[in-house]
Write a protein that binds this ligand. Structure first.
Ligand code: BG6
Length: 277
């Protein structure tokens, strides 16, 4: 029988976080019983396909990839539970997952690496710490990485996102040109797929669940991807309900514009915190 595939972090007060070992995908984050993440009703949990929603872990490639599946392999591999869930002295709950190269991975990406993913569940906050280690003594490798967060929202058309003003972006739905964002608060009113570059360390999203705000704080993740498929594109996604697009907004912290080159024996570290305000 397959070992259980979900890890539950329970902080008390109906504040929990559930992580599926398939991709180390966070599939639920509840604060006082309020779900903060969107997972499609049509999401497929077959241990093969990427889970449509929550927080898929994108590595070592954001977007299309000639060597393997779109957005890389990390979101479709079974990760190891390294530590926890454990209650810390502060009352917060900690858990650590890891993923190393294996023969299946080496077939598409022939490098020696180790990923660790540490999550801390606080009262109104979920903290993520990502480490990538190059465990080889001779070869360097490069990668892009992103936390593909699907926020649950009552109506995406009413959300505003701060922290993008003054940034340049690539619009994946248009061309390869670089555009300039001049809105203080970005709204999403049509199909959107943009890579904002060199964004500030903090974004606030308004009108998430219960009309509250969500604060994203990030470190060493210079890019922010904003994505919503809207009605037409949603119909093309087999694991996404055609009527669900108003209820999600992806605001994804990552390092995708300039890949990281990791020298032998060195490590990359980045982090993100999500906080309900
Ligand atoms: C976004 C990309 O991050 O993810 C989009 O910018 C993509 O281009 C979307 O369509 C969803 O990707 P997937 O592989 O999960 O369907």
């Amino acid at each position: 029988m397959a070992a259980t595939s979900c890890v539950l972090m329970d902080r008390g007060n109906n504040t929990t976080c559930t992580i599926n070992l398939h991709g180390a995908t966070v599939v639920s984050w509840r604060v006082n019983n309020q779900e903060q993440l969107f997972v499609s009703k049509e999401a497929i949990f077959d241990g093969k396909k990427a889970i449509r929603g929550g927080i898929p872990f994108v590595f070592p490639q954001f977007g299309e990839w000639p060597l393997g599946p779109q957005h890389g392999f990390a979101r479709i591999m079974r990760w190891n539970l390294e530590k926890g869930p454990e209650r810390m002295a502060s009352g917060d709950i900690e858990v650590v997952f890891s993923l190393c190269d294996n023969p299946l991975i080496r077939n598409m990406w022939n490098y020696q690496f180790r990923l660790t993913y540490r999550l801390i569940l606080r009262e109104k906050e979920l903290h993520f710490n990502v480490n990538v280690y190059n465990t080889n003594k001779e070869a360097s490798f490069y990668f892009t990485l992103l936390l593909h967060t699907y926020f649950k929202v009552p109506d995406v058309r009413r959300c505003q996102i701060t922290g993008l003003s003054g940034c340049t972006y690539v619009d994946k739905l248009r061309d390869c040109n670089i555009y300039h964002e001049n809105r203080d608060a970005v709204t999403v009113t049509e199909q959107t797929d943009r890579i904002y570059r060199n964004t500030t360390q903090e974004h606030i999203i308004t009108n998430v669940v219960s009309g509250r705000k969500m604060r994203i704080q990030k470190y060493n993740f210079p890019d922010t991807v904003v994505w919503n498929p809207w009605a037409e594109k949603a119909k093309e996604l087999p694991d996404f309900g055609p009527e669900e697009w108003p209820n999600m907004l992806c605001v994804e912290a990552g390092r995708v514009t300039h890949p990281i080159v990791l020298q032998p024996g060195t490590a990359f570290e980045a982090s993100q915190s999500l906080q309900v305000m």
